[in-house]
Structure formats: structure tokens, C-alpha cells
Design a protein around this ligand. Structure first.
Ligand code: SF4
Ligand code: SF4
Length: 225
């Protein structure tokens, strides 16, 4: 968690578009995230961590070698994180990322400490900082979910060699144009100007009400890469 420094209004207003933008947003605008790893029984364990740096190849964070989190990362080499920026639900932007992690080296650790000097208050001596190890989340996929926009904005992204796979609702040629899905959609993100109707997936909540309300089973759920 940052103990000093603020985010400028101008950087807050810039909407991220690319994978690099989403990773920067997580690092600079959110910073503290909840991380899930799995224990020896395959059960999830969560903790709070800071995302201390990012580049086009991934996200960087550190932890202490005595922590269970360190050993879970060493064993499974996989992590899932979610961070939220906003004062309340309706003003919030959430970014989730899951992917493979690797332990890095002391050069990266020194860079993370230099970029995040508040860590020196927690680990004040050179000796105490020997407990720390830096990790890189180098290959993964994620979702950007902006509830502060009207309609909402949802985007998927990936980095490293991972291909982004997103789930979406899709209206097939069985659509008759009856309009029942329009009435059930909470985001008004179904385009009815042509047949079949078309869902704007960037604005879709994935609530499933269009599929439920369609009398002709024209709405399907599918995975796209
Ligand atoms: S409810 Fe189904 S058939 Fe009717 S307009 Fe929507 S998608 Fe088309
Ligand atoms: S899943 Fe929900 S939000 Fe998305 S198009 Fe269907 S009704 Fe609208």
C-alpha cells in the first residue's frame, strides 16, 4: 500500500486501451491488489500485495521468503489478482489478471525498492531486505471492468504468449427481431437496427438476461479468442 504520493487527475482520466495500459493502470492507479494462490491441498488463499512495477512483459511485485505466499508461488508458479479503484461500487474500476509467475533477481528487487521507497520503512536495514524476493507475472490474461462508465465498459487483454479468451453472448441468425431481449437488457447494449440483433460486448454485463428472455433461443454463450 502506498504511503505517499497521489495520482494526478489527468492520468486518472486517461482510459487504458492496450495490455500495457491495463498493466500500468493496475500498477500506478490501483497498486494494492488481492492476490489468490493455492495451497498444498489445491485450495485458494488470498492476501494483499502491491504491484510495484510493470512493463510490456508483465507485472512485478515482491514478498518475504518466510511467508506462506512465497512458498505457494514457488510451488505452483501461478497467481490470480484483482484490484479496485473507486470510492464506491458505482464509481469503481476493477482489473483482474491471472497468469504464470517467476522469481526474478536482485537487480529487479533493487529497482522495485527504488520505485517504492515506502518499503524501506517496513524493511529499514540492508540485512532485513535480504528477506525479500521479487517476482514477475510474465504471461497471463486479464479483464478490465469499468462500472463508472455509462454503459459499463468491459475489456479483455493478454500478455506474454497467452492468448486472450473471452466469454460473450452472441445473437445468431435465429433472431426474429421480436425485441424481448431489449426490454430485459440492463445496459441497453443490444443494437436493434438490423437482423439479427447485435450485442455490444464491450458494454455487456454478462448477466445472461437476453438469453433467458429470448423465445427463439437465438442468444448463445460462446468463447472467443
Ligand atoms: S429476444 Fe431473441 S429473437 Fe427476440 S430480438 Fe432478442 S435475440 Fe432476437
Ligand atoms: S448479457 Fe445482460 S447486459 Fe449483456 S447483452 Fe445480455 S442482457 Fe444485456
Amino acid at each position: 500500500m502506498k504511503t505517499s504520493g497521489t495520482v494526478s487527475a489527468s492520468s486518472s482520466e486517461k482510459k487504458p486501451e492496450t495490455a500495457g495500459d491495463f498493466l500500468s493502470f493496475l500498477t500506478d492507479e490501483i497498486h494494492t491488489v488481492i492476490a489468490a494462490s493455492t495451497d498444498a491441498d489445491g485450495l485458494p488463499v488470498t492476501c494483499a500485495i502491491d504491484i510495484m512495477d510493470s512493463d510490456e512483459t508483465g507485472l512485478y511485485f515482491l514478498t518475504a521468503k518466510g511467508k506462506g505466499f512465497f512458498h505457494r508461488l514457488e510451488k505452483r508458479k501461478f497467481i490470480s489478482i484483482t484490484g479496485v479503484k473507486g470510492n464506491d461500487t458505482i464509481s469503481s474500476i476493477a482489473v483482474s489478471v491471472r497468469g504464470h509467475v517467476e522469481e526474478t533477481d536482485d537487480i529487479v528487487l533493487a529497482r522495485l525498492l527504488e520505485k517504492n521507497p515506502y518499503m524501506l520503512e517496513i524493511y529499514p536495514t540492508e540485512e532485513s531486505r535480504k528477506a525479500l524476493s521479487a517476482f514477475r507475472l510474465y504471461e497471463g490474461s486479464g479483464e478490465f471492468f469499468d462500472l463508472s462508465s455509462k454503459p459499463i465498459v468491459r475489456k479483455n487483454f493478454s500478455f506474454g504468449s497467452t492468448q486472450s479468451v473471452r466469454e460473450e453472448f452472441f445473437i445468431t441468425d435465429s433472431c426474429t427481431g421480436c425485441g424481448k431481449c431489449l426490454a430485459s437488457c440492463p445496459q441497453q447494449c443490444i443494437d436493434s437496427t438490423a437482423l439479427p440483433f447485435c450485442i455490444h460486448n464491450e458494454n455487456c454485463l454478462m448477466c445472461g438476461m437476453c438469453m433467458k428472455s429470448c423465445p427463439d433461443k437465438a442468444v448463445i454463450r460462446r468463447k472467443m479468442s
